[in-house]
Design a protein around this ligand. Sequence first.
Ligand SMILES: Nc1ncnc2c1ncn2[C@@H]1O[C@H](COP(=O)(O)OP(=O)(O)OP(=O)(O)O)[C@@H](O)[C@H]1O
Length: 826
Amino acid sequence: MHEGALMNLNEATLLNNVRLRYGRDAIYTYVANILLAVNPYKDMRQLYSSEVIKKYQGKSLGTLPPHVFAIADKAFRDMKVLKQSQSVVVSGESGAGKTESTKYILRYLCKSWGSAAGEIEARILQANPILESFGNAKTTRNNNSSRFGKFIEIHFNDRMSVVGGYISHYLLERSRIVGQSREERNYHIFYQICAGAPDSLRKQLRLSSPDHFQYTRLGCTQYFADKESKQSMNADRQSADHRKKGPLSDPNLDDAKDFARLDKALATIGLGEKQRLDIYTTVAAVLHLGNVAFEDNPEDRKGGCMVSPSSEQSLATAAALLGVDPDELNQALLARVMQTSKGGAKGTVIMVPLKTHEAHSARDALAKGIYSRLFDYIVSVINQSIPFSSSSYYIGVLDIAGFEYFTVNSFEQFCINYCNEKLQQFFNQRILRDEQELYEREGLGVKKISYVDNQDAIDLIETKGGILYLLDEESKLPRPSAVHFTQSVHSGCGGSFRLALPRKSKLRDHREIRDDEGFLVRHFAGAVCYQTDKFLEKNNDALHGSLEGLIHESRNSFLQGLFASQAATNGKAPARGKLALGSVGSKFKQQLSDLMDKLNSTGTNFIRCIKPNPKMVDRLFEGGQILSQLQCSGMTTVLQLMQQGYPSRAPFNELYAMYKKYLPKELARLDPRLFCKLLLRALGLNEHDFKFGMTKLFFRPGKFAEFDQIMKSDPENLAALVARVRKWLVVSRWKKAIWCAYSVIKLRKQDPVKGLQSTLTQMADMVSKMKKDREASAKHVQQLQVSFETVVKKIRSKPLTQPQVSRRPPGQGVGNSPERRNFGLF
Ligand SMILES: Nc1ncnc2c1ncn2[C@@H]1O[C@H](COP(=O)(O)OP(=O)(O)OP(=O)(O)O)[C@@H](O)[C@H]1O
């Protein structure tokens, strides 16, 4: 067994083993078929070189040290052998290494089986830096945190070569576009464009430094830069903070250089200069739009507001970049269109002036709407650049945020934790429920392990009458309110064990939240208290009618396209300002359901990423936090099951079918189960390491190498194993023949014959002296004498026949089971 594969499992041994290995830079460990990956927080380039890729190709899991490449290779081999698409679910908290692991898997698959795809391979690999520019940001937990989830499919044709890919994305964090906490940043692209755009482009888009823009000013305004970029960067690109404190440092990030890389990557996926400029213009428009400020209008008797005189220039620039008239933009930001539904002039359009804070919200909604549609567009362009027409199977990699809980938890955490409930249920079903049911069906006699079913938590969120439903219902009311929504959650779902009032929280901060300001959900990984004040707003990504109208009349065809494609994909025109396109929550629910369908129809591999410390430094192993990550991810329950389970298995039929082509006649006539028995015997495997079920062959944890050895479907391996079986057969026949000869020789010379004869003579003597039943007993003895003589004569005249010998082979005792009987065939 390889040291990276644990056999005696409990929380303590697992933690200790992971710690010891981490100390030796062995960041990967297997628990059954699940890969644990501890973030090393240091450059481990040698671990992922082209040579290492080659080394892992086609190698059985467990023959080489645990590695993310081994999981990718296993997924590929399972796809090929089982003829079924595969998925790899990568999970872990922010900064644990999910995205890095995902990238290594994609690289492994593309480098190993993508060379025939030519440009497609390069495009698939280029997709990541593009997605990271627009969807990643510096947070306190990760300098390069993905603020969206993704499922990346790599498609293969029937010859198992890469033919294309497809990316689905989930829940881009929209609130970040308009503000971040002090130490965090907006999406990388905003800094990359300020740091790295050529002077002419900067001038054209009126870009300066991040502290000149409201949407970046309040967070961290420093750039990531290496030594070279630090020296070459002009002062007018830098924020005051950057000048004072110097750049941020991360070996993987450099804003100026990353802009150049992004531009190149966009070109690689097929975007021309004009299209790239459209994208950069949209990014700049969002920045300028954020600088449009409002203040109360003393002349407006209806309490309306106006654009602050100091930001009129920003309004003009934003309008120019968006291709709209500045006055119209002004109008659309200051008032909301409403159609009267009652009264004499039903349907009359009226303009409702907005208060200052409402105008700010309208501006932010427009910025968020534009940016999130830009992100959708970027993903769709990537997808168009990696099309496939002849996909037979795919390997999908899911990289989505893990369970989250902070001091303040809002709609984003609610959605992400909902998603994690679904993934946990999937994990429980795949690893725990299905597994135990299978053991039972196959009669393996494995003890039952209990685990908590979280269906009630999912029901609380997604069923009719559940939290998401109540949220949508609230939005449809004439005057939706957070307080009313919260009350309806408590009154409507109060019966669920999973729901509680904030004051039931163990945390003081949460106990201070009023009953109508939030609710607490008891998730599988712990209780989280959600504050509901922004739920309604965040659940609705539709724009006010006047802003929608403005965009539709824009001269900027690119911008129009961004909004039009959304309407087109939904098949109907949006009803302005309402939840006509579906709320964010209900869309996410549908996306999750599609994702679960996909996961359920594929073979699954799990990678659990572990963050070793919150300081993001190497060589620091914080045991307590790591243990809680292992517990949260359900690993500890898996340990109990795996301790007595059989994680690797293959149906006899499939194994047999795989080998059939290579079998000589005498083996080909075997039934599949018997063939498998023979195969394992020929390989000399230990009987404790595997078990025969009703239809499948099972292997104990840690026996991947042995299992994979027989599952490797390449012709050389199959032929080599068949040769071993044949050799074993010849040897065992030879042994049997020797035994046979030996037994005959022994019988011929044996005293037992004489001994038996003298016993019979003694018996006859005794019977002749009997008074009672003498005749009958004498007859019995006589019969015995006759049959004894016949047998002795037979043995002496010819050796035992093969079936007779086979029934009693050396060291095997007398077998009565069907297999043992069948074994006599040889
Ligand atoms: N295998 C690795 N080798 C070296 N560094 C790594 C590795 N995995 C992760 N890291 C480092 O940790 C950082 C965070 O990793 P990553 O972005 O993959 O985390 P994540 O789990 O995807 O986080 P989030 O949910 O915030 O996106 C990376 O930027 C990199 O610096």
